[in-house]
Design a binder for this molecule. Structure first.
Ligand SMILES: [Zn+2]
Ligand SMILES: [Zn+2]
Ligand SMILES: [Zn+2]
Length: 164
């Protein structure tokens, strides 16, 4: 049985609230940075917020509503790059995929637990680890741009299915 305190969302949680919170946060972050959450940016974010799973740029391109226009991969990449800069999505380099940010904590995006089977991603808030990395960088006069620790494994649901 999966632990009650699992970082992974339960299958029967109110996901509408996650989506609403994600979009509200995006509006706020963009306003704070004097940036606009354009239609493209918003739609890409919504596609990622639809699930707590990672998605590749190509998957997003296919689900994107082009409203009769010709699909333009460059627009998807630009929107993803923007959302990543704003901290609204995280790139999972080893999978060449993206996931909507699901945390508001300070150390967000530092550690991502990625299920290799279903692609679900959990984002624990780990301020202490984030601080450690920042200290290591500072000690080495290393100019830190970004750090994401991608932890691969199986989520509680996939563990249960396979081990049943
Ligand atoms: Zn949710
Ligand atoms: Zn995050
Ligand atoms: Zn899984």
């Amino acid at each position: 049985m999966a632990g009650q305190s699992s970082l992974f969302p339960s299958s029967h949680h109110d996901h509408g609230r996650c989506i609403a919170a994600g979009l509200a946060r995006a509006e706020k972050v963009c306003r704070g940075q004097q940036e606009r959450l354009t239609d493209n940016r918003r739609q890409v974010l919504e596609l990622l917020l639809a699930e707590h799973r990672l998605a590749g740029a190509y998957e997003i391109l296919e689900r994107f509503d082009w409203k009769g226009r010709k699909p333009a991969p460059a627009q998807i990449y630009r929107a993803l790059a923007f959302l990543e800069t704003m901290g609204l999505v995280h790139r999972i380099a080893s999978r060449n995929a993206y996931v909507a940010c699901s945390s508001q904590g300070e150390g967000h995006g530092t550690v991502l637990l990625v299920c290799e089977e279903c692609g679900i991603v959990a984002e624990p808030s780990v301020d202490s680890l984030s601080r450690t990395v920042q200290e290591l960088a500072a000690e080495s006069d290393f100019e830190l741009r970004a750090h994401v620790l991608e932890v691969m494994g199986r989520c509680p649901v996939c563990v249960e299915v396979t081990d049943a």
